[in-house]
Write a new protein. Structure first.
Lengths: 447, 251
């Protein structure tokens, strides 16, 4: 059992970390990796607004917070507790993490283990580290920012999936991360590693839910590697509790003609950051990033989506929409980077925001950097309000103002959910969005 | 039913209606004609409750209500319907969903049971047949990608579903070819009865060949300068508006 240690991130010491029982402690390359990552964290700390990728982000509340390392879950999570993450009419292979640790009782690992390699990353680090040595921390650079450094130094569990060559997984794999902690301010450093072999295909869903109303911090790093012709669809629903911090990096490396898509919904938490970075490392890759965020009250929702075209004939799409109300703040930064060898790249980027309150804020920065001369690239960003004429049109038919606003807001967002190929997931997303809109309105009424 | 008295209305601080008075009783069809920029559409928007139109003075009584105190949705519930000159496109909102919501809001207000999806579709399809509309329009987003004629038909379709007490048709004839005009007029005439009143706003007398009005009013520079029966419309067709504008200047 680890000692209970509380610390602000910037006052964390090696000695405190050494008292934690972290998996892989007897494996030299893992301890070296953790040591090096912690040194990086010590010198960089959390990102500041001086760093371009974090310019509009306010991390003060996170920096001031004293966090403690997790103890074993106190609450025994039941099937009912994970209900909010269940997607109607969708059969999945389910894997559940409770307070940062895999819960075998609620998971269906055996069903799928005959087809692919899937294991707790903690177990993998403890018992079979050599299999992941060529991959772990090879795609997500520990020095990228303080969150990744800290994650690498302190990672405890997560999922490891390895899809063998030519395997097509018949159902989506759903990873449900549920937080139950009732203690003050616990942090969890989750690490996922997904390796897709040549010609393999799978869909992976990450769902974040909570039974907690206390402060906690999920710091997640997910590394994905797609071999030649592999296809991976990644879905994410973030519905963390109102006091939660959620910082996630999804780093993808794509080999020749591989296809990656991300469909992400960010609705919950006090502060969330979704950072997706994909490298199209070889010819003919495709990367589609599609996302929707909603922030109300004093929420802050932060998105960074970057695609690096490193080789020719790559296609990338970034479609993000946001709804911001109350005193919330949304930040979007999109980057399409076309490197000199990436001729015939096709990159498109769109970010549209609906600003529903005079106190809300949106900072959006779409960006193209192009160093090849034969490419097709476009970008655009908008921040707007509901169309007054459309609102009047609906009201003139007897529809109440609030309902009309919701209807227009919903129709604004529907462009994103319409792009989700997994129909039950799209329907679930739409139902969640309706709830979020209704909830936000009720809160506005009370103000 | 409708009593408008000495109405002054401004848009963006510019006075558009300058003392308009008009009475409409149930069952009557009133045509409002007039040159461009005389305030015809302003009258329609004010009656429907658009917040961009500021009532400076005057009053509007509608049945037992002070109309100016009611929100646009409350006016719709009281039976006022505006067929827009430029119906708004609303991508992402399905036509069926939109109209079913609107119909049920009104039915609830009138103490009727809400229609379920099956009953609504039956009703909608019946109304669409009268207007020679294809069922596919129901499945599309509200007015999105509709041609000018389809949009106008969709307005009359909505009107026939919502069964208003006072219908305002704002240049419903503009952008319609003669065949579409006849279909739309037939849809309107099918709704005429002893209880329902219409205010038909138009530039041209052509529409009034098909929707025959009880009264014709000429609006010029924010006021009604002449009222008469349908012969007035015919005279306008012959002589234009200039002689009335001149008359006003002399007066």
């Amino acid at each position: 059992m680890s000692a209970v240690i509380q610390s602000r991130a910037d006052r964390l010491t090696r000695q405190q970390i050494s008292q934690q029982v972290l998996p892989g402690a007897s494996v030299p390359w893992i301890t070296d990796l953790r040591e090096a990552a912690f040194s990086q964290f010590e010198s960089s700390g959390f990102p500041t607004p001086r760093v371009e990728d974090w310019k509009y982000t306010n991390l003060k509340a996170l920096q001031r917070q004293i966090f403690r390392f997790p103890t074993l879950p106190v609450i025994k999570v039941t099937e009912r507790d994970i209900g909010p993450a269940i997607i109607p009419d969708l059969e999945v292979y389910r894997v559940v993490f409770v307070d940062g640790l895999l819960d075998e009782r609620l998971s269906q690992l055996q069903e799928i283990q005959s087809k692919i390699h899937i294991a707790s990353l903690g177990d993998q680090l403890r018992t079979n580290a050599k299999d992941i040595e060529p991959h772990l921390a090879k795609y997500a650079d520990s020095g990228l920012n303080g969150f990744v450094s800290l994650n690498t130094a302190l990672m405890r569990d997560g999922i490891h999936i390895h899809l063998p060559k030519n395997v097509v997984v018949d159902k989506p794999i759903q990873l449900i991360y549920i937080t139950t902690t009732q203690n003050d301010a616990t942090w969890f450093h989750l690490r996922n590693l997904i390796i897709a072999g040549p010609n393999s295909q799978a869909s992976i869903i990450e769902s974040y839910i909570s039974l907690s109303d206390s402060v906690y911090f999920n710091n997640i790093t997910t590394e994905v590697s797609l071999a030649k012709n592999a296809r991976l669809s990644h879905y994410k629903i973030q519905q963390e509790a109102t006091q939660a911090f959620h910082v996630a990096l999804l780093k993808i490396q794509q080999q020749q003609s591989s296809q990656f898509s991300s469909h992400s919904l960010a609705f919950g938490s006090k502060y969330s950051r979704n950072e997706i970075r994909s490298e199209l490392s070889a010819q003919g890759c495709e990367c589609v990033l599609n996302g929707l965020y909603h922030a109300g009250e004093r929420q802050q929702v932060d998105t960074l989506a970057r695609v690096d075209h490193l080789a020719a004939n790559g296609i990338s799409r970034e479609y993000y929409k946001g709804i911001v109300t109350g005193k919330a703040k949304a930040i979007f930064r999109g980057i399409s980077y076309v490197h000199p060898d990436a001729q015939h790249s096709d990159a498109e980027q769109k970010n549209n925001n609906l600003l529903l309150s005079p106190y809300a804020e949106v900072d959006t920065k779409p960006q193209l950097e192009i160093y090849a001369d034969d490419v097709k690239c476009s970008h655009g960003a908008t921040v707007g309000q509901l169309d007054e004429d459309a609102l009047f049109y609906l009201r003139s038919r007897g529809i109440e103002k609030e309902t009309a606003c919701d209807l227009l807001t919903y129709s604004f967002a529907k462009e994103i959910t319409d792009r989700i190929p997994l129909a039950p997931f799209a329907r679930h997303a739409e139902a969640l969005l309706k709830n979020v809109l209704r909830g936000a309105r009720n809160l506005e009424d009370l103000r | 039913m409708l009593r408008i008295k000495n109405l002054h209305v401004s848009v963006d601080n510019k006075l558009i209606l300058k003392g308009l008075t008009l009475n409409v009783n149930k069952g009557e069809v009133h045509a409002i004609m007039g040159p461009n920029a005389s305030g015809k559409s302003t009258l329609a928007y004010v009656l429907a409750g658009h917040e961009g139109y500021a009532v400076e003075s005057g009053e509007i009584r509608y049945n037992e209500h002070n109309l100016l105190e009611l929100s646009p949705e409350a006016r719709a519930c009281e039976g006022i319907f505006l067929a827009f000159q430029y119906p708004v496109e609303i991508p992402g909102v399905n036509n069926v969903y939109f109209m079913k919501t609107a119909v049920n809001v009104l039915r609830k207000k009138r103490g009727l049971d809400e229609l379920d999806a099956v009953d609504f579709m039956e009703l909608a399809k019946e109304k669409m047949r009268t207007l020679e509309m294809s069922d596919s329009m129901l499945k599309r987003a509200v007015n999105e990608g509709f041609s000018g004629g389809e949009k106008k038909r969709n307005e009359i379709f909505q009107m026939s579903l919502l069964e208003p007490k006072l219908a305002l048709l704002d240049e419903t004839d503009s952008g319609l070819d003669i065949d579409a005009l006849k279909v739309v007029a037939r849809g309107v005439n099918a709704l005429r009865n002893k209880e329902r009143a219409f205010i038909v706003i138009t530039h041209y007398q052509r529409l009034l060949n098909y929707i025959v009005p009880d009264y014709v009013h000429v609006l010029s520079d924010g006021k009604i300068v002449r009222s008469g029966d349908r012969n007035l419309a015919l005279e306008l067709e012959r002589r234009g508006y200039a002689w009335l504008q001149g008359e006003q200047a002399v007066a």
